[in-house]
Design a protein around this ligand. Structure first.
Ligand SMILES: Cc1cc2nc3c(=O)[nH]c(=O)nc-3n(C[C@H](O)[C@H](O)[C@H](O)COP(=O)(O)O)c2cc1C
Length: 233
């Protein structure tokens, strides 16, 4: 696939995956993950590649714990079974963990350091995902490990410092995902100052259909200059 923005545009969550992910692609993905930015360059992550038997163990434990935890919610059993099937069917399953042993500590900054480490793990996950898309593969991001970290650690015999956060399923899509609705960047951006290119932007944006303007707008501080510029809409 072409350049970075083409890859970003092509990325979608694809949860039913099949096919095969060749070894060199797996290496590429892991390398892309390892190149993510991290606080103080600590790279506080561990990427776990699951084989057939660990995949089944993980799928079973997630199913069991999910039902235990959320079983009272309508449709929980069905969701848990669907997740189990998807994990077992995925050609490549990666478990992305924070490594608490690599997170900096310090008076009053534990929370900030943990948040930054988590943000960097998300950056690593996105790097991997985009690398997969650029090679013609798809992925799904599954957050379930967040709710059952300890059970996963026990089931897979993982070190106590590892905090499972993201399960990435990877493979090939068999059907295209449905189009999704999304806010456009105009809905998500506030310009605090007038920029030379804002005029052109606002006249162009008037011709474009707006995505759902459901958010209350936070008005720029400098209303007068934003209004006189026409403001991006
Ligand atoms: C932090 C995070 C957690 C997510 N957790 C799940 C999940 O547990 N299960 C799932 O099917 N998708 C999960 N997703 C995928 C989102 O549902 C998906 O990105 C969103 O619906 C937009 O669709 P798209 O990825 O095709 O653009 C998660 C995404 C993020 C960023």
């Amino acid at each position: 696939m072409g350049n970075c923005t083409d890859v970003i545009d092509a990325r979608r969550s694809v949860r039913d995956l099949s096919g095969d992910v060749p070894e060199e692609v797996v290496r590429d993905l892991l390398r892309a993950g390892a190149r993510a930015p991290s606080p103080h360059n600590t790279q506080p992550w561990r990427f776990v590649v699951l084989g057939q038997s660990s995949k089944s163990r993980l799928a079973a434990i997630l199913h069991e714990r999910y039902v235990m935890k959320f079983g009272r919610e309508p449709g929980a059993e069905e969701r848990a079974s669907r997740l189990r099937t998807r994990i077992e069917a995925a050609p490549l399953v990666l478990l992305l963990c924070l490594d608490r042993a690599r997170i900096r500590t310090g008076e009053g900054r534990e929370h900030i350091e943990w948040v930054m480490a988590t943000q960097s793990l998300a950056a690593a996950a996105e790097n991997m995902w985009l690398a997969a898309v650029s090679r013609g593969f798809d992925a799904a991001w599954i957050a379930a490990p967040l709710a059952v970290g300890e059970a996963i650690r026990n089931a897979l015999g993982m070190d106590g410092s590892l905090e499972p956060q993201i399960l990435m399923l990877l493979g090939r899509r068999s059907i295209d995902p449905r189009p999704k609705s999304e806010l456009g960047w105009r809905d998500l951006t506030t310009f605090l100052e007038r920029s030379p290119w804002m005029g052109a932007l606002s006249s162009r944006s008037q011709r474009m259909p707006r995505s759902r303007p459901t958010f209350a707008r936070w008005s720029p501080v400098d209303r007068s200059s934003a209004d006189s510029a026409g403001g991006p809409s």
